[in-house]
Ligand binder design. Structure first.
Ligand code: SF4
Length: 200
C-alpha cells in the first residue's frame, strides 16, 4: 500500500478523493495547511469538519500552522487580483510548497491536493504550482491526477449532501470574501431591478 500526502483545503473537497484513495489501496496522510483562510473562526470551522471526517475514516491528519500574517506578506500587492489570478498562484504555491516539504521530511514519494478537485479553481494553475513545489526536492513528485474525472465530481456533490457538510460561500481569504459579497450585492440589485420592472 502506497502512502500519499493529500494536501486538503476542506471536507467538501476532500471526501470523494479520500474515498477513492482508500478504495484504491492508497493510504492518505491528510495535510491541513491553509493559512489563506480568514478569519480564524472560519479556518477552525473548516479544519474541525475535515478532522472529524478523517477521524471517522481512520485517516491521519497533520495540522499545519495558521500564520495568516505570513500569508498576507506572500500575497502583498496582489490584494485586488481577481480569483484565478496572480494572488491565487502565490496562494497555491505557499500551500503546495509546504506539502512537498512534508512529503520530503517524511520520506513519502508523492503528494497531491484537493485544490485540484474544485471546479472553481483553474486546474492548470494548481498543477503548475504543484510541479514547481515538487521541483524543490529530488525525492518528491507531484501527483497531477485530475480529481474531477472518473465520476469524482458527481461523487463530491453526493457526499457533500450525504454528510451535510458546511456550505462555504467564499474561497478562503478576505479578498475572496470581499468579492463574494460584491457579487451577491450585484445579483440582489439585478433581481430587485427585474422585479420592479415586472411589477410596473
Ligand atoms: S481566492 Fe482562494 S486561492 Fe485565491 S488567494 Fe484567496 S484563498 Fe487563495
Amino acid at each position: 500500500m502506497e502512502t500519499v500526502i493529500l494536501h486538503s483545503c476542506c471536507a467538501p473537497c476532500s471526501a470523494a478523493v479520500l474515498e477513492w484513495m482508500l478504495a484504491h489501496d492508497i493510504r492518505p496522510v491528510v495535510f491541513y495547511f491553509n493559512p489563506n483562510i480568514f478569519p480564524q473562526a472560519e479556518y477552525e470551522k473548516r479544519k474541525n469538519e475535515l478532522t472529524a471526517h478523517c477521524q471517522k475514516l481512520g485517516v491521519e491528519v497533520v495540522d499545519g500552522d495558521w500564520d495568516h500574517n505570513a500569508w498576507l506578506d506572500a500575497v502583498k500587492g496582489l490584494e485586488n487580483e481577481p480569483e484565478r489570478g496572480r494572488r491565487c498562484t502565490v496562494c497555491f504555491s505557499v500551500r503546495l510548497r509546504a506539502a512537498a516539504k512534508l512529503a520530503h521530511d517524511r520520506g513519502i514519494a508523492r503528494f497531491t491536493t484537493t485544490l485540484a478537485s474544485s471546479r472553481w479553481k483553474n486546474l492548470d494553475q494548481v498543477n503548475a504550482a504543484g510541479r514547481e513545489a515538487a521541483a524543490q526536492y529530488d525525492n518528491v513528485q507531484y501527483w497531477d491526477k485530475n480529481w474531477r474525472k472518473d465520476g469524482l465530481q458527481d461523487r463530491r456533490n453526493a457526499l457533500l449532501k450525504f454528510y451535510g457538510f458546511y456550505n462555504q460561500t467564499w474561497c478562503g481569504c478576505e479578498f475572496s470574501y470581499r468579492d463574494a459579497q460584491k457579487r451577491a450585492a450585484e445579483i440582489a440589485s439585478r433581481i430587485s431591478a427585474q422585479s420592479n420592472k415586472t411589477s410596473i
